[in-house]
Design a protein around this ligand. Structure first.
Ligand code: NAP
Length: 266
């Protein structure tokens, strides 16, 4: 039976991806099959979406126009090898496995296959993800645009050459963790000033969300917004000055580049 999409791996990211796609009405649930090694996981997601669910990866990908592989990198080779003979020759295969290159995917599937390497991030789970897309040479511009449309159903998505995936890791793949460190520190400061802990997180989280939303929606440069809110002899410039004295900017650059370097070495 022909299907538009087969998902392999119904964990955090796989679930977020298909929920975004179905929620945006880009693919009908009845054209999707989801598969997981755990019957409970595939049945739960299939039940939520109203699509077919299975534990049989091979049956899931049979006659599927697109296959999204969302298992942990350590399982990827075995999973892909198990599917390679069944995936239709003209199917689009999308892998979101961190650190797994197009060359490695082509080695497993065959270099004549259409493959897109995607690097999403965790906010995909709340429809605010940032994904990079890197197609191999067999993927047409229209096919790449279709994958981009699907990944934009739960956030933003941009095509990047493969050598920039380390930069993607630095800026969006790993950055939710360091943004959380910043939010925690802001909340700690508010608690030190007497605010209850739960309220401190709300103020800090909404401030970070709102600032990013403002920049994305207006296109204003971050330095311009920083200047706009820093009044002469005011409170904000005191904070900015303390951040610079503490080496905040350099620490963030070093942290993000450490993530990129680690990804390169993996
Ligand atoms: N989470 C992120 O922020 C993030 C960001 C970018 C990229 N990624 C990539 O996304 C992929 C999935 O990550 P995740 O966080 O969603 O992991 P996850 O929550 O562990 O989901 C993976 C799912 O695949 C299942 N699975 C394991 N072996 C399988 C097999 N042979 N066949 C079918 N299903 C199988 C797992 O079942 P069990 O739990 O029973 O093993 C689990 O339900 C990874 O490759 C990761 O590198 C994740």
């Amino acid at each position: 039976m022909h299907k538009e999409l087969a998902l392999i791996g119904c964990g955090n990211m796989g679930s977020a991806i298909v929920k975004g796609i179905v929620g945006a009405g880009l693919i009908d649930a009845c054209d999707i099959v989801v598969s997981d090694v755990s019957e409970a996981a595939s049945s739960r997601l299939a039940g939520e979406l109203g699509c077919a669910g299975t534990c049989d990866n091979v049956e899931a990908v049979r006659d599927a126009a697109m296959v999204i592989i969302a298992v942990k990198p350590q399982y990827l080779d075995d999973v892909v090898r198990g599917l390679a003979d069944t995936v239709a020759p003209d199917a689009l295969v999308v892998s979101i496995a961190a650190g797994v290159t197009l060359a490695r995917l082509e080695g497993l599937l065959g270099s004549e296959r259409k493959i897109v390497r995607v690097m999403p991030n965790l906010p995909a789970m709340v429809l605010a993800g940032m994904s990079s897309l890197t197609p191999n040479a067999q993927v047409s511009a229209e096919e790449c645009a279709r994958v981009q449309e699907l990944f934009e159903s739960f956030g933003r998505a941009e095509v990047v050459p493969e050598h920039l995936i380390d930069a993607v890791i630095a800026a969006s793949g790993s950055s939710p963790a360091y943004v959380c460190v910043f939010i925690e520190a802001l909340a700690d400061a508010a608690v030190a000033e007497g605010m209850p802990r739960a309220q401190a997180y709300t103020f800090a989280e909404q401030a970070v969300l709102g600032t990013a939303k403002y920049l994305l929606e207006t296109g204003v440069h971050p330095a311009v917004l920083k200047d706009m809110v820093s009044s002469p002899a005011g409170t904000t410039i005191e904070a900015v000055s303390a951040l610079e004295s503490g080496g905040f900017r350099a620490a963030v650059i070093d942290a993000a580049r450490a993530a990129a370097a680690k990804n390169r070495a993996m």
